[in-house]
Design a protein around this ligand. Structure first.
Ligand SMILES: Nc1ncnc2c1ncn2[C@@H]1O[C@H](COP(=O)(O)OP(=O)(O)OP(=O)(O)O)[C@@H](O)[C@H]1O
Ligand SMILES: [Mg+2]
Length: 237
């Protein structure tokens, strides 16, 4: 694993064209910490993750992991410095097998396949059992597990997850959050976009509430009720 350290995104402004979608958004994630990014549809959560991972040009702001400056680097370079990004959609190669998908995860960052796959198959025993199956045959929930597993193959110290529980049954969503906690406890930081405020409140160490491209509130789960959070979401505060 790379040296790591705290992940800090400071006052990030970015978007797709000339008009920013997110404005001066900051987020900080320490090693072992899970920070949830919540907010209504279209708030800019995915845009923020894409901007910090170098997939969108950043108009302003600075992103660092420990001592390393990430802002201005290409996604590939950011990945090599220890950040994994698991997108909301199109997160697996459907014609490749599960095993090949994992190989791609290690190959992309030049990390050791054996060490990565030992860790990942221990964490996701279902994937080990199904490793010869094409990823395209997996259910939505299984695909999310595979996407997460592929990101972990790079042995990242920081993981950006975009709505890993979208479309999952409550039981499966709980299982994903258990995994998120386990992943963070293995000396990684996790920044996770979560639509379900209840899950975010139960599973995260801190929440950033994004509304209309700006951080409306930063809170701990203990610092806010689910009802109050829903109000902030809806702009009723
Ligand atoms: N490829 C794109 N080109 C132009 N505008 C985009 C693009 N993708 C998203 N947007 C716009 O940026 C804004 C924020 O979108 P974003 O996907 O970041 O929201 P989100 O908070 O992730 O929402 P959701 O909860 O629905 O995933 C929206 O107004 C959206 O229309
Ligand atoms: Mg999104």
């Amino acid at each position: 694993m790379t040296a790591g350290g705290a992940f800090v995104a400071r006052e990030v402004t970015g978007g797709y064209g000339r008009t920013p979608v997110v404005t001066a958004v900051s987020a900080q994630v320490a090693t072992g910490e899970v920070v949830a990014l919540v907010g209504p549809n279209g708030a800019g959560k995915s845009t923020f993750l894409k901007a910090v991972f170098g997939l969108l040009p950043m108009m302003e702001g600075r992103v660092t992991l420990g001592e390393e400056v990430l802002s201005g680097l290409e996604p590939q370079e950011i990945a090599r410095r220890g950040v994994a990004y698991v997108p909301q959609v199109d997160n697996v190669f459907p014609t490749m097998t599960i095993h090949e998908n994992l190989e791609m995860g290690a190959f992309a960052t030049g990390t050791d396949f054996q060490a990565g796959s030992d860790y990942v198959y221990e964490l996701f025993p279902d994937l080990l059992a199904a490793r010869r199956r094409p990823a395209g045959q997996l259910s939505g929930g299984q695909r999310i597990m595979l996407a997460l597993a592929r990101g972990l193959m790079a042995q990242p110290s920081m993981i950006l997850l975009d709505e890993p529980t979208a479309g999952l049954s409550p039981l499966y969503a709980d299982r994903v959050w258990e995994l998120i906690r386990r992943i963070a406890s293995d000396n990684r930081g996790v920044l996770v976009v979560e639509q379900n405020v209840g899950l975010a409140l139960r599973g995260s160490d801190r929440l950033e509430v994004l509304v209309d491209g700006r951080v409306k509130l930063t809170t701990t789960p203990q610092g806010i009720s689910e009802e109050r959070l829903a109000q902030v979401f809806l702009g009723l505060d």
